[in-house]
Design a protein around this ligand. Structure first.
Ligand code: FMN
Length: 245
């Protein structure tokens, strides 16, 4: 995933598309072949994608939608976020603008027995449509999200992961030997309360993808454990994963 690192500075949600541009057949093939190369977080979970025209969905923008389907097993949303964020970053590298789109749904079932999870809408964009100064985008401060004394550049960069309604549910403690990752169940967001665990679990998978790309780039060796306890601590945080460094 190392090759995706620079795209962390470039990607952003793209919702306006120039109708004079379109995604070429070659680009569609590239996207399909990239999906075969993504690294899953949990390889045992069966996943599938389908690329359809926007008109096959209720999405309001984009030329196409990448529909994501999965077996509904433990941590399947975490896996979905982790896999699809690799696609989001890859598409930025070929100037395909993407927006994660939880509000839209496919009009028919393309899942062949797997559960529909979420879509990324996309369309051809110009280099200038992407982020040029990523420090301008709104994110919570390091102090609000993280504790511990760690490489400041890493703590700064990992905050730029995208999340549903920019809710940024991730919290983490860092030390030289171990990183612990939590989902804050008390985020303030426009997302209806009952839907928060769903979207924020996808967000946590996105965050793990960002964290691993950034740590790998800084040559950390990682040993990841996914935690399945699903218990809130006194702050309302649920531990999701631990990394031994
Ligand atoms: C799981 C998920 C669902 C999202 N759903 C929508 C959506 O339905 N509509 C939309 O306009 N943006 C959606 N977004 C995009 C977020 O609003 C966006 O990522 C966030 O505000 C951060 O901005 P950025 O992506 O430009 O960095 C979604 C993002 C994620 C990760």
């Amino acid at each position: 995933m190392n090759e995706l690192y620079n795209m962390i500075y470039k990607r952003k949600s793209i919702r306006k598309f120039d109708s004079s541009l379109s995604v070429s057949d070659e680009e569609l093939e590239l996207i399909k072949s990239q999906f075969e190369k993504v690294i899953p977080l949990i390889p045992e979970i069966k996943i599938k994608f389908e690329i359809v025209k926007k008109s096959e969905t209720t999405a309001k923008y984009g030329e196409y939608a990448l529909l994501f389907y999965s077996e509904n097993k433990d941590n399947y949303l975490l896996n979905a976020g982790y896999v699809l964020e690799q696609m989001d970053l890859f598409m930025a590298s070929i100037n395909i603008g993407v927006c994660w789109y939880g509000m839209a749904k496919p009009k028919s079932d393309f899942g062949s027995g797997l559960d529909y999870v979420i879509m990324l809408v996309f369309g051809k964009s110009k280099e200038t449509d992407f982020r040029t100064d990523f420090s301008n985008c709104k994110r919570k401060s390091e102090a609000e999200l993280f504790s511990g004394d760690f490489d400041k550049e890493i703590l700064n960069l990992v905050r730029y992961a995208p999340s549903a309604c920019n809710s940024q549910p991730w919290r983490a403690s860092f030390d030289d030997n171990k990183i612990k990752i939590y989902r804050n169940t008390k985020v303030k967001s426009f997302i209806p309360f009952v839907k928060l665990p769903y979207y924020n679990s996808l967000d946590m998978g996105i965050f793990l993808c960002y964290l691993e790309i950034i740590l790998n780039k800084h040559e950390y060796k990682l040993e990841r454990t996914i935690i399945n306890k699903n218990e809130k601590d006194s702050l309302g945080w649920i531990e999701i994963a631990e990394y031994k460094l």
